[in-house]
Each structure stands twice: as structure tokens, then as C-alpha cells.
Design a protein around this ligand. Sequence first.
Ligand SMILES: CC[C@@H](C(=O)O)C(=O)SCCNC(=O)CCNC(=O)[C@H](O)C(C)(C)COP(=O)(O)OP(=O)(O)OC[C@H]1O[C@@H](n2cnc3c(N)ncnc32)[C@H](O)[C@@H]1OP(=O)(O)O
Length: 296
Amino acid sequence: MLQIRKLVSYKYCVMTSFRTYAANPISEKQIDDLRQFFLGFPGGSVDLKKDEKSKIAYIFLNNPERRNALSGKMMADLHDSVCELERWTSGKGVILHSSGPIFCSGGDLTTVKQISNPQDGDKMCEFMQHITQRLLNLPLVSVALISGRALGGGAELTTSCDFRAMTQNAEISFVQAKMGVATGWGGGTRLVKIVGRRNALKALLSCEKIDAKRAAEIGLVDYVIEENEDPLNGVSSWLERLLSHDETVVRSIKNVVTVAEYLPPLESLQVERSEFAPLWGGKANKAALQQNIKHK
Ligand SMILES: CC[C@@H](C(=O)O)C(=O)SCCNC(=O)CCNC(=O)[C@H](O)C(C)(C)COP(=O)(O)OP(=O)(O)OC[C@H]1O[C@@H](n2cnc3c(N)ncnc32)[C@H](O)[C@@H]1OP(=O)(O)O
């Protein structure tokens, strides 16, 4: 019993510190200073809704006048949404979405023009890398629903989820090179992991419009919305099917996969063990054993 308690407390410590560490090692005070700084650039909002029935949350990018560009204030909102989701212990999934013909047109140019110097650029990079990595590392399975075009920072945002769903008219373009910069929100690093070095280099240098067909070829998209399907309903049903297990199982699987990406194998195995033990003989496991399931 003591051993299991130790494992559970080990799991709690590793996963709590890990989530911030794997984002980037900055203090609470630094994060708060960055949040205050970016709150000073208004426009739009990022809205969070949690559905306790399906256990799926929805993060909505809301800045239609500027084609859902991300203002400084929206970066701070996104940070707050991610923090709230870290505290949502009964959740299983999260969908990042927006409405209109542009999923996200990148950084809000009104904000961008006011911080156009290397020092502030570094601040934005630090803040956005931190937020997007924390989003990716949530114990929730995440999907970016790209309904329309995703440009620049918007393309980077699509890489901060476990999966990507695209509508037939969606296009992802890493236009950073055309803007005279490279990626800065962590999208370059994550893109290499998703599509590999050569495809990432091609996408970043060509600034090409990657439609659903091309995205499928390079492994950038996981679900393409059917012609007559409602995008949000379609992706929600797809995610619900994938997450049909008990939340304790879904969250443990997500944690195991997350740590395996960052920690050395021996440490990752230790986390896997600490996730496994409380599930073994637990509620979901006992229910499954009683059903005499045949995996045909
Ligand atoms: C900070 C990260 C950085 C990076 O790493 O690259 C960035 O992301 S920088 C931003 C990169 N994105 C852009 O440069 C987008 C430029 N805009 C466009 O290409 C087009 O506007 C569009 C997004 C393809 C939409 O075209 P369309 O549907 O034809 O609408 P309009 O062009 O008429 O735009 C409507 C309205 O929205 C404003 N807008 C669009 N994008 C942004 C943006 N990123 N920031 C602020 N405002 C934006 C646009 O100016 C129009 O406003 P009005 O002129 O006042 O109507």
C-alpha cells in the first residue's frame, strides 16, 4: 500500500513539474510578468467552454474583424484557458477551433507592429512557446479543427495539439519566411516531429498552402471533415469515439505518451509504472474483467 502511495505521489510530482518544465523552465513570476505585458495589447478573446457530459472542452479563437488573428490579450486568454484545463481533473479532450473562412491569420498585426524589436520578439516567443507546449502537454487529448486558412502563427498553433482535423477548404501556410522571420511559437520544432525534417523544411521555405490532400500525404492531418458534415459536430464525434474509455485511462495514456517524448527511457518507464499501478484493479479494469470481453 505504501509503495502504491509513493508511486501516486511520484506521478503527481513528476507530472506537475514536468508540464511546466517541458514547456520551458520559467518561473511563475516570469509567466505572470509576460501575461501582464501582453494583456496591454487589446482585441478579441479566447473563450473556454467545458462540457462535463462528454468531458470535452472547447477553446474558441474569437477575433472575426481581424480574421481571428491572435492579439496580445488573446495570448494571455489562451494562457488562462490552458491553466484552467490543467485543473480540470475529470476532462478527457479539448478542441481548438474558430469560425469563419480563416481559422487564424496569425499574430495580430496591430500587436505585432507595436512589439517589432528583438527584445519584445523574444518575450512573445517565450510566452507563446510556454503556452503552446503546456497546451500540448495537457493530460487531455487535443485536436485543432482547421476550418479555413491557418497562416503564420495560426499555422504554428495547429501544431500545439495532438491531432489536426481539416475541412475540405482548409489550408495551412507557414508564411513566416515571407514575413522576414522564422517560426517563433514552437511551431518549427513541433512540425519536424509531426512531418519529419524534409517535409518541415519544404513547408517552411516554400510557404506553400497545404490543403487537406497534401496534409494527408505528409501526415499533418488526422481527420478530414466530409463535404456535408458539420465541422464541429464531426470532429467532436470523432474525438468522442477515440476517447470512449474511462477518463483515468485516457489521461494516463496521454501522460505516458507525453513523457516518452521528452524524458530519457528509464525515467519515462518509471512514470509509466506510476500511471499503471493505480489503474490495475481499479474501477475501469474491474468492470472490464467482469464482462469476460472477447477482442474479436
Ligand atoms: C506573430 C507571429 C507571426 C509569424 O510568425 O509569422 C505572424 O503570424 S504575423 C501575421 C501573419 N499573417 C498575416 O500577415 C496575414 C495577413 N492578412 C492576409 O493575408 C489576409 O488578410 C487574409 C488573412 C488572407 C484574409 O483575407 P480576406 O479574407 O480577403 O480578408 P481581408 O484581407 O479583407 O482582411 C479582413 C480584415 O482583417 C484584417 N486582418 C487580417 N489578418 C490580420 C492579422 N493577422 N492581424 C491584424 N489584422 C488582420 C485585415 O487587415 C482586414 O482589416 P480591415 O482592412 O480593417 O478590413
